[in-house]
Write a protein that binds this ligand. Structure first.
Ligand SMILES: Cc1cc2nc3c(=O)[nH]c(=O)nc-3n(C[C@H](O)[C@H](O)[C@H](O)COP(=O)(O)O)c2cc1C
Length: 219
């Protein structure tokens, strides 16, 4: 985030990167740093970079305090200002502006998409991965999304293949600990996976046992 104080340097870096690669070069930024949190400060950052041909900006719509807050605190304490990203899209309609920060519902996504080009979801996708299925249904309009149990069934061949290759079960299971968030038995699912999957010989049975402990709620 400290690079927000050096827009000319960032613009030069983006220019050099664009010349070196043939994939899009994008910029992800906060909306301000420390006391420098005016809208003009953000404009002065985005403007020179856009002039170098960067088309896509992902806006984590809160400022960062460079001193005094940990990285984790800097993801929760500075207030979210989604409207700043909306305003940026109005001022740079030719740019692709993507909103990031605190998005937890598909209604929020659909609302944001009225104002700008896309959203980036971080923690919600990790803590509650079934959110991505809800996005598939509510944002992309897919009607036949898998149930949570269906997701695990579909994951099983991948688990089997990777166990055979020597990957410890915990390296896979840790990413699905939150899959049943909000459903009956979610705690048990999490408990079984987080205790049993860490044992050296842990195999597919651990996932099957955890799966047997949770309702699918018909979803
Ligand atoms: C564990 C963790 C690591 C992160 N590392 C980075 C990083 O290296 N670069 C970055 O731009 N953002 C990083 N972020 C921030 C996220 O990309 C995102 O901007 C932030 O979490 C806000 O979005 P969210 O509320 O949807 O999670 C990280 C977030 C978390 C939780």
């Amino acid at each position: 985030a400290c690079l927000m104080a050096s827009p000319a340097l960032v613009a030069d870096c983006i220019d050099a990167m664009k010349q070196a690669v043939d994939i899009p070069v994008t910029v992800k930024t906060r909306i301000g740093i420390d006391e420098q949190d005016s809208y003009q400060f953000l404009l002065d950052f985005v403007g020179p970079i856009a002039e170098k041909g960067c088309r896509t900006f992902i806006i984590h719509a809160r400022k960062a305090w460079l001193n005094g807050l940990s990285p984790a605190e800097n993801r929760t304490i500075p207030p979210l200002k989604w409207e700043t990203a909306y305003r940026l899209k109005q001022d740079f309609p030719q740019l692709e502006i993507i909103l990031n920060g605190g998005i937890k519902t598909t209604a929020q996504i659909n609302d944001a998409l009225q104002h700008l080009d896309g959203v980036m979801v971080g923690r919600e996708a990790y803590q509650n991965p079934y959110f991505l299925a809800q996005v598939e249904r509510d944002v992309f309009g897919t009607t036949d999304v898998r149930s949570r149990h269906g997701v695990v069934d579909a994951l099983m061949p991948y688990v089997e293949k990777n166990l055979q290759n020597g990957t410890p079960l915990k390296d896979i299971s840790r990413h699905i600990l939150g899959l049943f968030q909000g459903m009956g038995g979610a705690r048990r699912w999490r408990q079984i996976l987080s205790s049993e999957a860490y044992k050296p010989a842990a195999g597919m049975d651990v996932i099957r046992a955890a799966l047997a402990a949770v309702d699918d709620g018909g979803s």
